[in-house]
Ligand binder design. Structure first.
Ligand SMILES: Nc1ncnc2c1ncn2[C@@H]1O[C@H](COP(=O)(O)OP(=O)(O)O)[C@@H](O)[C@H]1O
Ligand SMILES: [Mg+2]
Length: 283
């Protein structure tokens, strides 16, 4: 199970982890064991224990600076942890790079949109698909029949993916010319193009108006149902979080202060205090 030769024995997961009923017999697709990272003297994350089941929509919430994006950067290997381990489908990911962990099944979007603005919508999605396109460089240069076959199936796959969000007609547009909401949707599609088992969405509704947000909510559930993958989302819009997340984990100052169902989280005094306390301090 631990292919990368890790010797430490992993502690059993705390019983507080929430598993949707349909996933009860399955092992978690993603597990973090005591994950932590220090930036110089600052402990940005500590003792992070978390599990996501294969088709769960999970939420990660907390005030600004709580460490949420840091968790995603650890899960996507942008940062290597100072402490702890992360398992994908039961397999230790220690030492993997961002590319390796993406091939293994983790895809993410960013808090600030990161598209190639000067490339077309199609090319942005193709960049996500590169994981699955099977031709060597030589075949690409020589434009062999296999190259054209792969290109044609890639173009079809791009259209299929765009159709999830009804964006097929935008295929030839420059990504930077799309309206804001469409750019955010394109980012999700590009992440999906890499064929993830776990999709990490960092504040997908940021900057969206209420009607775009409610459409996004439906689309996130649609993506989970169609692809049968796990989705973890960081989000400040509580209607979205409470509306579609099954398990929610709350961070404050780099530590988990609560875990549970939306109902449990909404009534948790520690959570209420973390939000209200921070609001007062920020003015
Ligand atoms: N690369 C970094 N170097 C130093 N400090 C960082 C770095 N990334 C994040 N931090 C710090 O870690 C803390 C958590 O940040 P972040 O994960 O972005 O919070 P959130 O996403 O919950 O708002 C903050 O205090 C932030 O300044
Ligand atoms: Mg953040």
């Amino acid at each position: 199970m631990f292919e990368r030769g890790r010797k430490t024995k992993l502690a059993p997961l705390p019983a507080t982890n929430f598993v949707p009923e349909r996933d009860v017999d399955k092992q978690p697709i993603l597990e973090a064991h005591n994950l932590g990272i220090d930036f110089g003297g600052l402990t940005a994350l500590d003792g992070f224990n978390f599990a996501v089941s294969p088709t769960e929509i999970a939420g990660l919430i907390g005030p600004n600076g709580a460490g949420k994006t840091t968790v995603f950067s650890l899960l996507s290997k942008v940062y290597q942890p100072t402490r702890g381990a992360m398992l994908l489908n039961g397999r230790d990911t220690m030492g993997m790079s961002t590319v390796q962990v993406n091939r293994a099944g983790i895809a993410r979007t960013f808090q600030n949109i990161r598209l190639f603005n000067n490339l077309t919508v199609e090319d942005n999605v193709k960049l996500g698909l590169h994981n699955h396109i099977k031709y060597g460089m030589l075949s690409g240069i020589l434009r062999t029949p296999n190259y054209w076959k792969q290109e044609k199936s890639a173009a079809m796959r791009v259209k299929e993916l765009l159709s999830i969000f009804n964006m097929e007609h935008m295929v030839g547009k420059r990504a930077g010319s799309l309206p804001y909401g469409a750019q955010r949707r394109l980012e999700i599609i590009r992440a999906l193009a890499t064929g993830p088992k776990v999709l990490l969405l960092d504040e997908p509704a940021a900057g969206m108006n209420p009607s775009e947000t409610s459409e996004l909510m439906e689309n996130i559930v649609k993506v989970r149902d169609a692809f049968q993958i796990a989705i973890v989302l960081i989000e400040h819009d509580m209607n979205l979080v409470m509306g579609i997340c099954e398990g929610i984990c709350v961070l404050n100052f780099g530590k988990i202060i609560a875990k549970g169902t939306p109902g449990e989280i909404q009534n948790n005094p520690l959570v209420i205090e973390a939000y209200l306390g921070r609001q007062k301090k920020d003015g």
